[in-house]
Design a protein around this ligand. Structure first.
Ligand SMILES: Nc1ncnc2c1ncn2[C@@H]1O[C@H](COP(=O)(O)OP(=O)(O)O)[C@@H](O)[C@H]1O
Ligand SMILES: [Mg+2]
Length: 291
């Protein structure tokens, strides 16, 4: 028996939705003077996945993220978020996403709850829903008990979770996290990832995360893009990339993602990390000031 036209149309629509791209960049290029931070970047993030943009400091991850979030313009190429053009529909794009920047975004002089409430107002969460949504976001990151304390009394891990709550309060379809675990100890890092995963399982939201911790990406990302000098050099599931390298090398032991990266970047990996230390140090300094 053949399906009715209506059922067939529904199935087609469902198939299209299943493959809908949350983020699509084609030919994205962004330069700071002579430095091409992002160089003809093609990137597609599927709806519902956790996608990791990996690479050493200076690879262009933050610049690409800023173009996707509309914080930077799109000088060349095309960026779409759930089909909306980031250059032409900036507000439309912003309404769909939650963003945890690499730099500190919580205010140490406010309580945890006040910080989240501030984001609820900025992101137009309807007034009537605000209190409930703020409580929900705080409880999603396990900060209900600490919500009344000043953020300046929080540990580094708690601050990162607070920033996660700030980004989640608007119930985004796409959560973008730039180095969410930088400078945290291993237990705090695991805590941040577990909360991201729990929210994602509950809501089905798409997650785009940058990190230079390859082991985390291997563990928590559905697919990864290895970025080096402004471009994606390899793309796939962590397993595919690792098996691919094992095949090329003809080895039985499965290499790590770090090995895959070294294979792609070659000797160019170490000479491009110059800005890194300064950036990490300033991030940590900011975290200490609050924490
Ligand atoms: N505001 C800026 N002014 C000048 N150069 C910048 C600026 N931000 C980033 N860059 C340069 O662009 C390149 C990519 O940086 P970035 O996107 O921050 O990389 P990542 O996030 O992967 O560490 C680096 O060479 C960096 O020094
Ligand atoms: Mg960065």
């Amino acid at each position: 028996m053949s399906a009715t036209p209506a059922a067939a149309a529904t199935a087609t629509a469902e198939a299209a939705a299943a493959h809908a791209e949350a983020v699509s960049c084609t030919g994205l290029t962004y330069a700071f003077g002579e430095t091409k931070a992002v160089d003809d970047l093609d990137l597609g993030v599927r709806e519902g996945e956790v996608f990791g943009l990996l690479g050493p400091n200076g690879a262009g991850k933050t610049t690409a993220i800023r173009c996707i979030t509309t914080l930077l313009p799109v000088p060349a190429g095309m960026v779409r978020v759930f089909g909306h053009d980031a250059a032409k529909e900036r507000m439309g794009v912003r309404r769909m996403l939650g963003y945890v920047p690499q730099q500190l975004s919580a205010d140490g002089g406010l309580t945890g709850r006040e910080n989240v409430a501030l984001f609820a107002r900025v992101f137009d969460v309807p007034r009537r829903e605000r209190a409930a949504r703020v409580d929900l976001a705080l409880s999603a990151v396990d900060l209900s008990d600490a919500a009344g304390r000043l953020a300046s009394t929080y540990s580094g891990g708690m601050i990162r979770r607070l920033e996660l709550a700030q980004a989640l309060v608007s119930a985004p379809r796409l959560l973008i996290l730039d180095e969410p675990t930088i400078g945290l100890d291993p237990i705090a890092r695991t805590g941040v990832w577990e909360h991201i995963n729990a929210v994602r399982e509950a809501t089905g939201m798409t997650v785009l995360v940058t990190t230079h911790y390859m082991d985390e990406a291997d563990q928590y990302c559905d697919r990864v893009g290895l970025m080096h000098r402004g471009r994606i050099r390899a793309l796939g599931t962590p397993e595919q990339l690792r098996r691919g390298l094992a095949g090329r090398k003809g080895t039985d032991t499965l290499p790590t993602l770090e090995d895959v990266f070294r294979d792609i970047a070659g000797s160019g990996l170490d000479d491009n990390t110059g800005g890194g230390f300064r950036e990490v140090r300033s991030t940590r300094r900011t975290a200490r000031r609050v924490g």
